[in-house]
Design a protein around this ligand. Sequence first.
Ligand code: PEP
Ligand code: MN
Length: 275
Amino acid sequence: MATTVPYRLVSRQYKRDDSIVQVGDVYVGGKRVVFMAGPCTIEDKKTLMGTAAAVKRAGARVLRGGAFKTRTSPYSFQGLGEEALKLLAEAGKQFGMPTVTEVTDAGDIEMVARYADMLQIGSRNMQNTALLKAVGRSKHPVLLKRGFACTINEWLLAAEYILTEGNDQVVLCERGIRTFENSTRFSLDILSIPIVKSLSHLPVIVDPSHAAGQRSIVTAASRAAMAAGADGILIEVSTNPDAAIVDGQQTLTIGQFTDLVCQSRLVAEAIGKTL
Ligand code: PEP
Ligand code: MN
């Protein structure tokens, strides 16, 4: 079928009904909203296990945690790699949550997919077409972050790369874009949610943590994302955010995350969704 937009497989013209993506035993898309939560980066076992237990209790259904990081500086901590993947798998199993973690190199996909339930493509790699094609050949669900300097059209074309290789298990994630505004880390493009939902059948979630860059405004951003129709929220949370090597300033405490889930749930319910 011909479409009047530059992408085909991801478009609403090609598939009218909302797609639902299965991550372990969790479904993303449709009437329910999903909270994915955990540390920015897996730094030690004790923090990860404590955080996993607490976010599960607060209502998260998918556990996040970075093992391979795309840091701006080569001198910054790059993540614990496979050691972190082992810890993530252990925590996911122990607390009954499927897991999501970033893959930065096509050569690592097989290994990451052995440990994690969902492959995250980070904002800095959204236009890495070799990586997009490689995750497209895998059967694993993919979380595709929006490049922070990319348009919605470019984001949907990046998703198209994955679908053309045979993998239609793609969830999009708005995480903020770079603008002239510098009082937040990035500008959360709230209106990309209804726009993408009108253009594409793929589920869209929002990461307010990286857009906000500071703990105090993450909950407001999460409420706004729910009101705009997001299918879920990806949040950085830790039992000890002040001790985190990476992104501690935007990482929520357990108490803050618990409030965020309660408040976001009320907003979701107001527009006919459930937790
Ligand atoms: C992350 O989620 O850990 C991350 C690095 O996000 P982004 O790629 O959106 O910066
Ligand atoms: Mn982070």
